[in-house]
Design a protein around this ligand. Structure first.
Ligand code: ATP
Length: 249
């Protein structure tokens, strides 16, 4: 699927149209549309409860939208369960890490590589060893995932998503609680992942981390998109300042 963008034709990997979601009488997402171009990093900002994770849950198939449609590489995702979407190339992290606690770190990656990435067991070993190194988990390979520290469980979330070989990677608040040094290392890793050709959508409250790598930003508030565009333009927007940063113009 192609679109015209300021005179250039760019390839759209994910196209979402008019997504809405209500839980009972509570409307948490309303008419949200977005296009994500291959190879870009789209950052998503918004106050708590704005509907950011709900948007990810709809894209990954964890929940169904009340209305709207999503296409990945032009293919409609309607009705596809999460495991199929993973096999189609959508990898994600969860805000609260969800490892297989009784398995080792390495075994967690092998499962993702074999069942999500479709690799043979033999190929998975070398591939997952590389992912472990990238995510600074090599020395934790044989530890039970349930016994890892929160920081390492967050690293494992990212590593598992990478092991499934995504073309689209959804990152949900992976920088929270990191030191400045750890945050800078994470930004470096996200850049390297992008440079390998993976398209990324990153929900993050740690603004400086997001600003360091995002090509575009989108802002949600009360389930609606209130801004989208170049990062510097978006964060200078008076409405975004008011809603997200509590700054009145
Ligand atoms: N399964 C659910 N049932 C009922 N309400 C839900 C459910 N999931 C989310 N919500 C509500 O939907 C709204 C949006 O939640 P969501 O987690 O998408 O927000 P968010 O922007 O990701 O917030 P945060 O930055 O705090 O993670 C919230 O009011 C939340 O309580």
């Amino acid at each position: 699927m192609l679109d015209q963008d300021a005179g250039t034709t760019r390839d759209i990997l994910l196209a979402a149209r008019d997504l809405s979601k209500s839980f009972g009488a509570v409307r948490v997402l309303h008419g949200v549309s977005l296009d994500v171009h291959r190879g870009e990093v789209l950052g998503i900002l918004g106050p708590n409860g704005a509907g950011k994770t709900t948007l990810f849950n709809i894209i990954s198939g964890d929940i169904h939208a009340s209305a709207g449609e999503i296409r990945l590489g032009g293919v409609a995702l309607r009705g596809e369960p999460p495991f199929r979407r993973c096999q189609m190339g959508i990898g994600r992290t969860y805000q609260i890490p969800r490892p297989y606690s009784g398995m080792t770190t390495f075994e967690n990656l092998l499962v993702a590589s074999a069942f999500g990435g479709g690799r043979s067991e033999r190929d998975s070993y070398a591939f997952c060893a590389g992912v472990l190194r990238d995510c600074k988990l090599a020395d934790k390979a044989n530890l039970r995932a349930g016994g890892l520290t929160l920081l390492d469980r967050k690293r494992l979330e990212l590593a598992r998503a990478l092991a499934s070989d995504p073309q689209l990677l959804l990152l949900d608040e992976i920088a929270g609680g990191l030191t400045d040094e750890e945050s800078a290392a994470l930004v470096g890793l996200v850049r390297r992942i992008r440079d390998r050709g993976v398209t990324i959508i990153w929900i993050e409250h740690v603004l400086h981390a997001l600003m360091a790598v995002a090509d575009r930003l989108m802002v949600l508030n009360f389930g609606e998109k209130i801004a989208e565009g170049a990062p510097q333009t978006v964060i200078a927007d008076p409405e975004v300042k008011r809603v997200y940063m509590g700054i009145e113009a």
